[in-house]
Design a protein around this ligand. Sequence first.
Ligand SMILES: NC(=O)c1ccc[n+]([C@@H]2O[C@H](COP(=O)([O-])OP(=O)(O)OC[C@H]3O[C@@H](n4cnc5c(N)ncnc54)[C@H](OP(=O)(O)O)[C@@H]3O)[C@@H](O)[C@H]2O)c1
Length: 345
Amino acid sequence: MLQQFIMLTLMLCTIALTKTVEIPFVTMSNGLKFPQLGLGTWQNTEHPEAIKSALDLGYRLIDTAFLYKNEKMIGTALKEYFEAGNLTRKDVFITSKLPYYAYKPEDAEKYIARQLESLQTDYIDLYLIHWSMCAERKTDKDEPVTDNDGYHVPCNVSHSEVWKILEKYYEKGTFKAIGLSNFNETQIQTIYDQAEIKPHNYQGECHILFPQTKMIEFLRALNISFTAYAPIGSRGRDKSNTRSDGDVFEQTPVKELAEKYNKTRAQILLRNHLQRGYTAIPKSTNPKHLAENLDIFDFELSPEDMKKLDNIEHKRLFIFDKAIKSPEFPFKDVVDEFADKPLTL
Ligand SMILES: NC(=O)c1ccc[n+]([C@@H]2O[C@H](COP(=O)([O-])OP(=O)(O)OC[C@H]3O[C@@H](n4cnc5c(N)ncnc54)[C@H](OP(=O)(O)O)[C@@H]3O)[C@@H](O)[C@H]2O)c1
C-alpha cells in the first residue's frame, strides 16, 4: 500500500515537473505574436542541452546574435530537437542580430546568409541591427578594426542604408519582423520617419537599476514592441563592454519582496518585467534557473510593490566603451562618465 502511494506521488510529481508552461505573448504592429518571456544565450557557446531543456520547459523564444558565436550550436540543437518530433520550426521564435562591423550592404548580405546557414533555417522571426555604431571590419576576420588604443575605427554607413537591407529581407519573407538594439530615441525616430517598414521591436538594457521608463513610453507611442535585455542584471556578465559595479540581486526591495512573496529574487525581477508589459529574455544554462525563471505566472506583485522596484537608480551596465569614438555612439551618459576612463577589457 505504502509502495503504491509512493509510486503514485512520484508519478504526479514527474507530471507536474514536466508540464510545459504556456507563456503569454505581445502582438507586434504587423500582427506577429512575440512571447513575453524568452531565453537569452549570450555567453552560452557550450550548452546546447540548455536550449533543448528550455524548449521542454516551454520557452519558445530564443535570442541570439552573430556576436554571441553560438548560432551554429543553436541551429544544430533546434534541428535535433525538431527531428526528435518534439516541435517544428514554426513553434519557435528566433531573434538574431547583425554585427556592428558588417553594416556595409555587401557585408550585411554575406553575414545574413551565414547566419541563416548556421541557424539551419530559411527565415528568422526577428532580426535586429545590434548596435547603432558601425565599425570597419578586418578583411580576414569577424572582428572590428581597432586603433592603437583599442577603440573601434568607425565606418561610414548610415543607419538608413542598413535599415534598407533589413527591409529588403522583410519584404522577401526572410525576416518576419525587424528592429533595432542599442540606439537612442533620436536615432530610432529618424529611422522610423524614413522607413518604408517601421521597426517592429527595440531591444534595450532594462532592469531595476536601469528601468528605461521613458524609452518604453516613447516606443509605445510608435507602436514598437520592447525586449528587455539583462533583465535580471546580467550577473555573470563579461567584463568587456560593461561596468563591473551594480548588483540587481542585492537591492533591498528585491530581497524584501522575495521574502514577502516566497519567490526567488530572479522571479521577483522577472515578474516585474511581465507586469510592465513587454518581453524579457533572461539567459541561463542552469536547469534549476531555467525552470525557476519560467515559474512566474502564479503570483502578482501589488501596485505598491511594483513601485518599490521603480527608479532605484539609473545605472547602465552595458557601456560599449570601445565604440565611444563613433559619431553614432548613442548614450550621452556613457560619454560623460567613461570618455576619459581606461577601456574595459
Ligand atoms: N542587444 C544586446 O546588445 C544585448 C546585450 C546583452 C544581452 N542581450 C541578450 O539578453 C540576454 C539576457 O541578458 P544577460 O545574459 O546579459 O543577463 P541576464 O539574463 O540578466 O542574467 C544572466 C545571468 O544570470 C544568471 N541567472 C539566470 N537565472 C538565474 C536565477 N534564477 N538565479 C540566479 N542567477 C540566474 C545566469 O547564470 P546561469 O546561466 O548559471 O543561470 C547568468 O549569469 C542575453 O543572454 C542576450 O541574449 C542582448
